[in-house]
Design a protein around this ligand. Structure first.
Ligand code: GLU
Length: 493
């Protein structure tokens, strides 16, 4: 069997990371099985469309390295469609849905319904007040075809509803949850075609998954309750029911659905914070799926190798930002400095520190800084926490302890000796950095903490930080001189 899977988002706004994970699992499964991965746009709910959402979605997938084989793509800023099963945008398939709905109506598996909103509301309220689950009361089920046609010709608004079979078990198989059976009396006569002529999600998804020869439907568990209605349709048409895989919801630490109110949930949020795409993908793969051993860091190729549905959990996957940060920090350590520099620029500008032109002019210095501090970063926006040390003639003292350190008796002499050496040297290079502490020790008698701490405090305003010798080199001779002068002046005041 040729494996075909699909990711079928609705362009209703930003891409939730739960959606990105759905796309990822589809992609991994397709690649592992040498199958095809289709991207279809489900835009039949015209009231929820958001402009630019398709482009944003495609950009997010591309950023994450989740590539599809068929469907909708962006080329030269234009949406294009590729593949033998198109169109891949549901709003361009209306005639297809029309022909399939007529086949159902003709067989009595679907019927026209002319009930007004007000009537439906009344029925619903009454059922609720009687403690019943609200369901359509089949008021229009027995209208004759002729009568329905007359009313349609007269311009009355209508929808088409599914006639759910009476008294039947609806069964399907989910690769994560096993066999599932639901009694048809619990299923509503779902609307299939809306009054605007568009199909509902439930109808279009079945027609498209069938016509696009989808073998495995991999999607979030919020669709599990919709599946029986869709299975009824497969049965009516006499089509094979595909395999289903319903993925556990991505939860926050309180085990509630991860939502925008609690912070970052969209792919763009993570991109903006400076997470590396490989790290986010690596982490997301682990939310709800567990590899055979306890390996935590995976390249995309390794994920493809390892991925299987039988290791997907059937309880929610908790999204743990600390874990994501740890994984991201591991990727930052290994990443190329140039790549990190390109990511950092955006954050340095956003923090209002400098213009892109200036940052690029100082690229060499930034590359050295990045090399020095990258092991302290969870994500690139944190680069800003490490830049003060490397810019500006003045030193801002981080806390009282720094000031106490500088006010020790021997410090002025130590700083003056440092100043002499700085002025003497041609350049603050590796050799200077390697020897300076020994030289100062011999000349001033200061040693250990009494030597290193005051120098660090004077140069950076902090008592802890990156390697001193490398920091000296990044700062360079003249900036070091100006800073020591500044501190000596401050100590004299
Ligand atoms: N269009 C649905 C969504 O927005 C897709 C559900 C499915 O995969 O069947 O998530």
């Amino acid at each position: 069997m040729d494996i075909r899977v699909r990711f079928a988002p609705s362009p209703t706004g930003y891409v939730h990371i739960g959606s990105l994970r759905t796309a990822l699992y589809n992609f991994l499964f397709a690649r592992k099985n040498k199958g095809q991965f289709v991207l279809r746009i489900e835009d039949t709910d015209r009231t929820r469309l958001v402009g630019g959402a398709i482009e944003n979605l495609l950009d997010s997938l591309k950023w994450a390295g989740i590539n599809h084989d068929e469907g909708v793509f962006i080329e030269n800023s234009e949406l294009v469609q590729k593949g033998n099963f198109g169109p891949y945008i549901q709003s361009e398939r209306l005639d297809i849905y029309q022909s399939y709905i007529h086949a159902l109506i003709d067989k009595g598996y679907a019927y026209y319904c002319f009930c007004s909103k007000e009537r439906l509301e009344e029925v619903r309220d009454k059922q609720k007040s009687e403690g019943k689950t609200p369901m359509y009361d089949r008021h229009c089920l027995n209208l004759s075809k002729d009568e329905a046609e007359i009313r349609i010709k007269a311009g009355e608004e209508y929808v088409v509803r599914l006639k759910v079979p009476d008294n039947e078990e609806i069964r399907f198989h989910d690769l994560v949850r096993g066999d599932i059976a639901i009694h048809s009396s619990d299923i509503d006569d779902q609307v299939l075609i809306k009054s605007d002529g568009y199909p509902t999600y439930h109808f279009a998804v079945v027609i498209d998954d069938y016509l696009m020869k989808i073998t495995h439907i991999v999607r979030g568990e919020e669709w599990l309750t919709s599946t029986p209605k869709q299975v009824v349709l497969y049965n009516y048409y006499g089509w094979n029911v595909p395999d289903f895989v319903h993925l556990p919801t991505v939860l926050n630490k309180d085990k509630k659905k991860l939502s925008k109110r609690q912070g970052d949930v969209s792919v763009t949020d993570f991109l903006d914070k400076g997470y590396l795409p490989e790290a986010l993908v690596n982490y997301l793969a682990l939310v709800g799926w567990s590899p055979k051993d306890n390996q935590e860091l995976f390249t995309m190729d390794e994920l493809i190798q390892e991925f299987s549905f039988d290791r997907i959990s059937n309880t929610g996957g908790v999204f743990d930002v600390d874990k994501l940060n740890w994984i991201n920090s591991q990727y930052i350590r290994k990443a190329d400095n140039e790549e990190l520099f390109e990511l950092a620029i955006h954050h340095i500008i956003a923090a209002g520190r400098d213009t892109e032109e200036n940052i690029r002019r100082e690229k060499d210095r930034y590359l050295k800084i990045i090399d020095l501090v990258k092991e302290k970063l969870d994500h690139m926006s944190q680069i800003n926490n490490h830049l003060d040390v490397f810019f500006g003639d003045e030193v801002s003292f981080e806390n009282e302890e720094v000031i106490d350190t500088l006010q020790q008796e021997h410090v002025t002499r130590l700083l003056n000796a440092f100043m002499v050496k700085l002025k003497e040297t041609e350049a603050v290079d590796e050799e200077f950095s390697a020897n300076i502490f020994n030289v100062l020790k011999n000349e001033t008698g200061a040693k250990g903490k009494g030597l290193f701490m005051p120098i660090r405090a004077a140069v950076t305003g902090q008592l802890h930080g990156p390697d001193m010798g490398k920091t000296f080199i990044i700062l360079g001779k003249s900036l070091l001189i100006r800073r020591i002068e500044f501190v000596l002046d401050a100590l004299n005041d």
